[in-house]
Write a protein that binds this ligand. Structure first.
Ligand SMILES: Cc1cc2nc3c(=O)[nH]c(=O)nc-3n(C[C@H](O)[C@H](O)[C@H](O)COP(=O)(O)OP(=O)(O)OC[C@H]3O[C@@H](n4cnc5c(N)ncnc54)[C@H](O)[C@@H]3O)c2cc1C
Length: 517
């Protein structure tokens, strides 16, 4: 059993699906990806940032190599764009020398320090202030939505069960632990511990939908991974949620940079990045704000100003008025320098894949291989690793209409007229794509956006959202009023206008919530 369907849970589930095992993934959200895997820079790092000898330094360059073939196998967007860490002045240049040496030790190929003129020859919009840059040719960018979905989608094809909106609230143990054998999410109730406090072996998890039994539980719960770990009796790390804010700019300015630009970290902070996304927008961010709240993904005027100023330091001409939206993600930073990947001795069968901070997205496929090896070595008596005869390594994404030739579009429209119905004008998304996204598991407006992009363009859903609601309602066989933005009570509609009393329709009146109507 895997807790969490982020990139960590998804890559692990897919690796496990190579074997004839019963695997379940439990995810508390309505859509995938939801946590840090949803809102990040989507960078497949070269692997030169991390201190040699750490797990990050080991898994990041290996993950980078794996993505090269994985994107072909699993059909998610990936561009090998390369990256520059940009230095302004001699102090920052010292940092480049250190990164170059880390990178060489970590086995990162092709690293090179270039001067400002060479950089500007390749990247004409780069600031004249930049004096040198570390070039990393293996760095790449992916569509993080597509990549996260691809691993889970393929795992499901290979027999993995996915349970959405299923929140793990406790762990179940065999052996002498507690009166009811349940560790609660808010920490372990000491009054219920047995005399020697042992939790001999994992037996499963409890959720708001009931209990699930499992011999092995992998904790890949991101920002909540310390809470789940504490239920198993391991409180050796604590998550420090750290928010990062971003701007997305219109595609018309996406080509201001060809590669991924990093600033040098300074005593003022880590600095921001400027990048062309896998879908040709310009991405600027993130900030780094430590917070108590594990869910707060607000953007702030101050945070956005800070990242904009950081971005124009690298690329001065970025036009602020071309920003189409902003968003924030929360890093599962821990109080440990490194990732925390460990199979506990007690309870047996519990594995932490926790504190997966940056470069966690890059490292995930390598972490997944490592976790399966760990299971084979230490849990062979609990789980038999025999090949899954039905394993299929490939999967295809839903055809991207905007990238097809006219002949291909015509052909599809002849097979099904829904391919000729444009739902999202900005991103050229058709009704057929929306229907297929729903068939593959999208249940909300945000879920459809994640799969096929309506609402990601310049109008941010102003035109297509009502159409998406309509199609969701039709395909799911529910009333439009039941459709949510991202699950829970995030309803898109509050009620039928004409059913309301005239007195209720005063313009100044606040609309009642759907629940009240
Ligand atoms: C601002 C920012 C920028 C970043 N940039 C990069 C980058 O460019 N490159 C890179 O390599 N990495 C980057 N990272 C790091 C990367 O995004 C993370 O390391 C990675 O996404 C972690 O994946 P995960 O699956 O471990 O966690 P998550 O993606 O957070 O997934 C955890 C899942 O567990 C679920 N969950 C939580 N609690 C429960 C529960 N009780 N029951 C059931 N499910 C539960 C959550 O809903 C979530 O879906 C960045 C992160 C952030 C936030």
């Amino acid at each position: 059993m895997v807790i969490g369907a982020g990139i960590s849970g998804g890559t692990i589930a897919r690796e496990l699906s190579r074997y004839a095992l019963r695997v379940a993934v439990l995810e508390r959200a309505s859509d995938i990806p939801y946590g840090a895997s949803r809102a990040n820079s989507s960078m497949i790092h070269g692997g030169f940032d991390d201190k040699p000898g750490t797990q990050k330094a080991r898994f990041c360059p290996r993950g980078n190599k794996l993505y090269k073939t994985l994107h072909e196998e699993l059909d998610f967007k990936y561009h090998n764009c390369g990256s520059y860490v940009c230095a302004i002045g001699p102090e920052e240049e010292k940092h480049l020398t250190m990164l170059l040496s880390y990178g060489k030790t970590n086995g990162v190929p092709g690293l090179e320090i270039v001067n400002g003129e060479i950089l500007r020859g390749r990247e004409p919009h780069a600031s004249r202030e930049i004096t040198a840059a570390l070039w990393s040719p293996t760095a790449s960018i992916v569509n993080n939505f597509e990549a996260s979905l691809a691993f889970i989608d393929n795992a499901r094809t290979n027999g993995v069960d996915l349970f959405m909106e299923t929140e793990v609230t406790g762990l179940l143990f065999d052996g002498i632990y507690g009166l009811d054998g349940i560790g609660r999410l808010d920490g372990i109730d000491k009054s219920k511990e047995s005399k020697n406090g042992e939790r001999a072996r994992i037996r499963g998890v409890s959720t708001q939908r009931g209990d699930f039994t499992a011999r092995v539980v992998v904790n890949a719960a991101g920002v909540n991974s310390d809470l789940i770990s504490r239920m198993a009796g391991d409180d050796s790390f604590t998550i420090q949620p750290t928010r990062g804010e971003y701007f997305i700019f219109d595609k018309s300015v996406g080509d201001m940079v060809k590669s991924f630009f990093f600033s040098c970290p300074s005593d003022k902070g880590k600095g921001v990045t400027v990048a062309r996304t896998a879908d040709d927008n310009l991405l600027v961010g993130p900030s780094a704000v430590a917070q108590e709240d594990r869910e707060n993904r607000d953007t702030t005027r101050l945070g956005l100003e800070e990242i904009f100023q950081g971005a124009v330091r690298l690329v001065p001409g970025i036009p602020r008025n071309m920003a189409i939206t902003n968003f924030a993600g929360v890093r599962a930073n821990s109080d440990k320098e490194d990732f925390y990947i460990k199979a506990l001795d007690r309870p047996r069968g519990f594995i932490n894949v926790a504190g997966i901070k940056s470069p966690g997205f890059t490292s995930a496929p390598a972490i997944a291989l490592h976790v399966v090896d760990m299971m084979k070595e230490s849990l062979g008596d609990l789980v038999k690793f025999e090949p899954n005869p039905k394993f299929v390594p490939e999967r295809r994404h839903i055809p991207r209409f905007s990238e097809l030739t006219m002949e291909e579009r015509e052909h599809l429209a002849k097979t099904d007229p829904k391919w000729g119905q444009i739902v999202c004008r900005c991103e050229s998304v058709t009704e057929a794509q929306v229907v297929e996204a729903i068939r593959r598991g999208a249940r909300t407006v945000a879920g459809v956006k994640t799969w096929v992009r309506p609402g990601t363009g310049r109008c941010q859903g102003g035109f297509c959202a009502p159409r998406v609601v309509e199609i969701l309602a039709r395909e799911l066989g529910v009333a439009p009023i039941e459709i949510t933005r991202h699950g829970g009570d995030s309803y898109m509609l509050t009620g039928k206008t004409k059913e309301r009393m005239p007195s209720e329709r005063m313009p100044s009146e606040r609309m009642p919530s759907r629940r009240q109507s």
